[in-house]
Design a protein around this ligand. Structure first.
Ligand SMILES: Cc1cc2nc3c(=O)[nH]c(=O)nc-3n(C[C@H](O)[C@H](O)[C@H](O)COP(=O)(O)O)c2cc1C
Ligand SMILES: [Fe+2]
Ligand SMILES: [Fe+2]
Length: 395
């Protein structure tokens, strides 16, 4: 077994698989784990590209020293200051006191505040190069994808783009690192779930970054999480282009909140209508019990969204309300929206969903259905009708 893996000429993967973090950013479940990809490039000078999350220093350092094979580490490129990649900068500096850190103007204050590091830092401008001797590294800022200091590094010798969180996905490596070593269905869903949870809000900035990087002659995209692309980098670029333009597939996500099953029955009737309308991709989610990251992933994939909630203490049922907040935050666009609510005295749920619809300005598909207590046959028929209309709208 190798301590580290060669991933291009003079280039080593020194990342780690993390199966121990249950929730990424204390929010998003990791059923397949997550990888923190980091790299070492060996020229006349040596450089590490990114580090890993704090608890993984020993594993990372073991791989870094194996890749260096007795040489010192001259540079650390800090593409991103989020602690899943910058967590062990201080420890690495202790191991290599002469280590020069490479960052941009936005990186430096974060290095100072997170790690107390001000010395031995080289500030690079957008597009600036660092010549390692045999490998010329160029740095490009990609602001707000997904932090202000986010940056990518391009090695013109290998044509590898070290893209940090851009093009990243959840899921630890299961032996293979590359797109040609894994089935697409094993990584694409986890890459989209990562996009929907972490990157989606900044889709406009992703478009800016894609345009900026399009001039580069790229042979490999090596992100800081998930699959490395070398066989078909076009597929990764195409997915990112599509997701950031909020282009969708035919299908409908139906998410509901229900305490005693009445609103659930309405949701099921909507799904039946969608199915009768000939659309196969229907995803029904109980918002209170389902993993929100999966709901967000599927909302990012499909054109149709139906939200249903019962009224709870005059307001929209909390789990649906929380989902609405996440969608507003992600600036959801280019979807068609259906809404329905239930109540027994004051009402409230459907009004809140109407306010949500006004905020996100999505095209609304009728009918709006509002049910008193338990849905009647006629109410359920209205729900089926909504489903059929959704099917037409997403076909
Ligand atoms: C704890 C609780 C709080 C509720 N608050 C309201 C309310 O403020 N206004 C209202 O019109 N209905 C309220 N309801 C009634 C529900 O919205 C209504 O019974 C609805 O049909 C429940 O749908 P479900 O069976 O899908 O849970 C409340 C019900 C419960 C159990
Ligand atoms: Fe990040
Ligand atoms: Fe990250």
């Amino acid at each position: 077994m190798h301590k580290t893996l060669s991933v291009a000429k003079d280039t080593w993967w020194v990342g780690v698989n993390d199966y121990e973090t249950d929730l990424f950013e204390s929010l998003w479940p990791l059923p397949q784990g997550v990888a923190y990809n980091a790299y070492v490039v060996l020229g006349d000078k040596t450089a590490a590209i990114d580090t890993v999350k704090g608890p993984w220093f020993d594993d990372y350092f073991d791989k870094v020293t194996s890749a260096l094979d007795g040489r010192p580490l001259d540079y650390l490129v800090v593409n991103h200051m989020e602690p899943d990649h910058a967590g062990v900068i201080g420890s690495l500096r202790c191991a290599y006191p002469d280590l020069q850190l490479i960052g941009n103007a936005k990186t430096l204050p974060l290095l100072r505040e997170y790690h107390g590091i001000e010395e031995g830092v080289v500030q690079v401008k957008d597009g600036e190069n660092l010549d390692l001797g045999g490998h010329l590294l160029a740095f490009y800022t990609i602001p707000m994808v997904h932090w202000p200091e986010s940056m990518v590094t391009f090695d013109s010798a290998t044509k590898v783009l070290f893209s940090n969180d851009a093009f990243g996905g959840y899921g630890a490596h299961e032996g293979g690192l590359f797109d040609d070593e894994k089935p697409r269905e094993r990584w694409e869903g986890e890459m989209l779930r990562y996009y929907a949870t972490i990157v989606a809000r900044y889709s406009g900035m992703v478009q800016t970054a894609l345009k900026k990087l399009s001039a580069l002659d790229i042979a490999g995209i090596y992100p800081a999480h998930g699959t490395l692309f070398r066989e078909d980098i076009g597929q990764a670029v195409e997915l990112y282009d599509r997701w950031s333009k909020q282009e969708t597939e035919s299908g409908v996500v139906v998410a509901y909140g229900s305490m005693y099953g009445n609103t659930r029955r309405m949701a099921e009737a909507v799904c039946r209508g969608i199915s009768e309308g000939g659309v196969k991709n229907v995803r029904l989610y109980d918002a209170a019990r389902s993993d929100t990251s999966q709901i967000l992933r599927d909302i990012w994939r499909y054109k149709g969204l139906v939200l249903l909630g019962c009224t709870y203490n005059t307001l929209l049922f909390p789990a649906v309300d929380a989902l609405c907040t996440k969608l507003i935050n992600r600036m959801l666009k280019k979807r068609v929206l259906g809404i329905a609510g239930s109540y027994s005295w004051s009402k409230g749920a459907l009004d809140a969903l109407r306010a949500f619809a006004d905020t996100v300005k999505l095209e609304k598909i009728g009918p709006e259905v509002e049910v008193f207590a338990a849905p009647t046959e006629a109410d359920l028929e209205q729900c089926v009708e909504l489903g059929k209309n959704m099917a037409k709208a997403v076909a």
